[in-house]
Write a protein that binds this ligand. Structure first.
Ligand code: NAD
Ligand code: UD1
Length: 337
């Protein structure tokens, strides 16, 4: 089976390429390299010892995207490509809507034209908004608080409509919780541009000396230690979740929805401690005001993925931090070091 991986040079995409190739799938990768670089794909080839076609291509460019389907027999698409920074999406919403929505519409149109009715879409726990209770189940009410989140929810709805109009489609919406960690080879990992917004890359850059001090956003939340609780998941577990999805759902028409999380919540201070244990030195941090839009607690009920996909996350927080640290230590300036 030949899978087109859009956004395949990115953080989650590149790790998923490794797991797809290791599982025996063929892949074609497309990415415009806006938030990534080709070195991640060189790492994929080195780790797996396998080659695959790469198209440096923007999904907003209809003809260039169609060319991939003309030149390759594609059986299914894992659709990672998109812009993903919440804060930035509030500053340039039109860019986010255009890129994420128009790009996906192009892709869906081309897929129908080439009789490819099989898609796995990267959604996010952000579609649950501010949940009333935790753990979060797939049937919880949906809402969003940022243009980024809205693009995810809109695409989910578009995909539901696409299936409603043509029951040949097999669509899986994977709602990721907080992906962290890196491939254990230390050759692939997250490489954010500029100052990181997310917790783990920030901590890792403090540990390696690129940044001075972590601001812990709020310690007065109604949680055991007052800092926010999240469901951090190792990016390799997440990648394997995609392979299980393709294994199980490719030929099953419908709209399938799964939370991909561990089901465990860790506070910001617990993550700092786990990272200190992994890197063997203290992380300089200070308590800062709350960050607007943060919710106190967010973690998954991942039972459905376990029962229906046969998937559970296996790597614990110590392993996530250990692998994150190895990547950061060996590549202090990311792929461009
Ligand atoms: P990433 O930025 O590393 O990867 C996304 C890739 O898509 C990048 O390589 C980027 O260059 C590419 N891309 C963006 N717009 C494109 C376009 N128009 N045409 C072609 N390529 C384009 O991000 P990631 O963390 O790997 O996330 C992958 C997907 O998972 C995204 O859709 C993201 O919204 C979603 N997601 C990520 C997280 C997370 O915390 N990382 C959580 C939930 C959901
Ligand atoms: C963020 C996104 C969410 C996305 C998710 C995927 C926001 C508001 N939400 O979630 O849409 O799906 O990433 O990974 O951006 N923290 C600090 N100091 C920092 C950075 C973070 O204390 O410098 C805290 C945050 O307050 C939060 C926790 O660490 O409590 C995790 O933050 P982050 O990594 O940004 O992820 P989320 O906010 O959970």
């Amino acid at each position: 089976m030949n899978i087109l991986v859009t956004g395949g040079a990115g953080y989650i995409g590149s790790h998923t390429c490794v797991e797809l190739l290791n599982a025996g799938y063929d892949i074609v990768v497309m990415d415009n390299l806006y938030n990534s670089c080709e070195k991640s794909l060189e790492a994929v080839k080195k780790i797996t010892g396998k080659d695959f076609p790469f198209y440096k291509c923007d999904m907003l460019d209809y003809e260039a995207t169609e060319k991939i389907f003309k030149e390759n027999k594609i059986d299914g698409v894992i659709h990672f490509a998109g812009l993903k920074a919440v804060g930035e999406s509030c500053r340039i919403p039109l860019t986010y809507y255009h890129n994420n929505i128009t790009g996906t519409l192009n892709l869906l149109d081309i897929m129908e034209k080439y009789n490819v009715f099989n898609m796995v879409f990267s959604s996010s726990a952000t579609v649950y908004g501010s949940p009333k209770t935790v753990p979060i189940k797939e049937d919880f009410p949906l809402s969003t608080a940022s243009p980024y989140g809205s693009t995810k929810l809109m695409i989910e709805n578009i995909l539901r409509d696409v299936y409603g109009a043509n029951n040949k489609w097999s669509i899986t919406l994977l709602r990721y919780f907080n992906p962290i960690g890196a491939h254990e080879s230390g050759t692939m990992g997250e490489d954010p541009k500029g100052i990181p917004n997310n917790l783990l890359p920030y901590i890792a850059q403090v540990a390696v000396g690129r940044l001075e001090c972590l601001s812990v956003f709020g310690n007065d939340y109604p949680t055991p230690d007052g800092t926010c609780v999240r469901d951090y998941i190792h990016v390799v577990d997440l990648a394997i979740g995609h392979v299980k999805t393709v294994d199980k759902k490719s030929n099953e028409p419908g709209v399938h929805i799964y939370n991909l999380g561990t089901g465990n919540g860790y506070s910001v201070l617990e993550v700092v401690k786990a990272f200190e244990d992994a890197c063997g030195k203290p992380i300089n941090f200070k308590i800062a005001p709350r960050r607007a839009g943060d919710i106190p607690e967010c973690y998954a009920d991942a039972t459905k993925a376990k029962e229906e996909l046969g998937w559970t996350a296996e790597r614990d927080i110590a392993k996530m931090c250990e692998d994150n640290w190895r990547w950061q230590k060996l590549n202090p300036n990311g792929y461009n070091g």
